[in-house]
Design a protein around this ligand. Structure first.
Ligand code: HEC
Length: 262
């Protein structure tokens, strides 16, 4: 019995305490505050939302490295050396991304005859014309990042590092179509007709098909790239180049980095 009385009085006490807290509104609920997008009589422009101060940068988006993020040097000119170290894994990654994102219009070979073009879309220039063979790598990065004429930009779909990988692969494509006989491996050179002689029917047949992109296997002649400066986000071996079906590429890959977007 005694227990019950004690229990009852405790319950009543607790209830009374709660009720008194509930009734007194002298707490944070009554403080003066703005709700989003409401008018303000305090600020001269009549808005409660305050504009960002000049020079405000979203956290994690400083993107100071203009070469890497914009393909431009300090003076705003397109850069002509890759801001990432280019190795076989990078080119393979670029090959894969290129075939997904660019080949539908530009063709697997970069000749501008992709399926969408065959169905009527504006034909892009071939990558193998002199102007584009001589264009700096920063130009290709800029086209993918910002679009060009009838071509939309791919900055939302393709991460910065992958854009550079694609540009590296385009360089490989260009090289594949402008190589001299001396650039071929010996056994391939042996198949060439002697100077001045017609091609074999086997070779003519091979060339009459949609040309294949260069095999991944041999990029040993790919022009050497300068080492990536320390601290550049695209330093060699970043793990996002790991390709699930390529053990060799996986071997060169290190810990994955968090993906960055522009
Ligand atoms: C939907 C079709 C389409 C896709 C997909 C596409 N492009 Fe293009 N691209 C074009 C067209 C069309 C042009 C020519 C635009 C013009 O001159 O108006 C062009 C032009 C270009 C040029 C030449 C710019 C110059 O200086 O003349 C480059 C380089 C290029 N694209 C790269 C790429 C890359 C890299 C990708 C993949 C990430 C890609 N494009 C995907 C249609 C496409």
């Amino acid at each position: 019995m005694g227990l019950n009385v004690r229990f009852l009085s405790m319950t009543l006490l607790a209830g009374a305490t709660l009720a008194s807290v509930g009734c007194s509104r002298l707490d944070m609920q009554d403080q003066p505050k703005y709700k989003p997008q409401r008018p303000s009589e305090f600020f001269a422009d009549g808005r409660d939302g305050r504009p960002e101060l000049d020079g405000t940068i979203a956290r994690g988006e400083l993107n100071e490295d203009t070469a890497y993020y914009n393909g431009k040097d300090a003076t705003g000119k397109d850069i002509d050396t890759f801001p990432i170290a280019v190795d076989k894994a990078v080119i393979q990654r670029g090959h894969q991304r290129y075939d997904i994102y660019c080949a539908p219009c530009h063709g697997r070979l970069g000749n501008g005859m992709g399926m969408i073009v065959q169905r009527g879309f504006k034909q892009p220039p071939s990558y193998h014309i002199d102007r584009l063979r001589n264009a700096p790598v920063g130009h290709f990065f800029d086209v993918v990042t910002n679009g060009y004429g009838a071509m939309l930009n791919y900055s939302q779909q393709i991460q910065v590092r992958d854009r550079w990988a694609i540009v590296a692969y385009i360089r490989a494509l260009q090289y594949s179509q402008n190589a001299s006989a001396n650039d071929l491996p010996l056994e391939a050179r042996a198949k060439l007709p002697p100077a001045g002689q017609a091609m074999s029917s086997e070779m003519k047949d091979a060339m009459s098909h949609e040309p294949m992109a260069p095999a991944d296997a041999d990029f040993t002649n790919f022009p050497a790239q300068p080492a990536t400066p320390a601290g550049v986000p695209g330093a060699a071996g970043a793990g996002i180049y790991k390709s699930s079906n390529d053990a060799a590429a996986a071997k060169t890959a290190a810990t994955p980095k968090s993906p960055e977007k522009k």
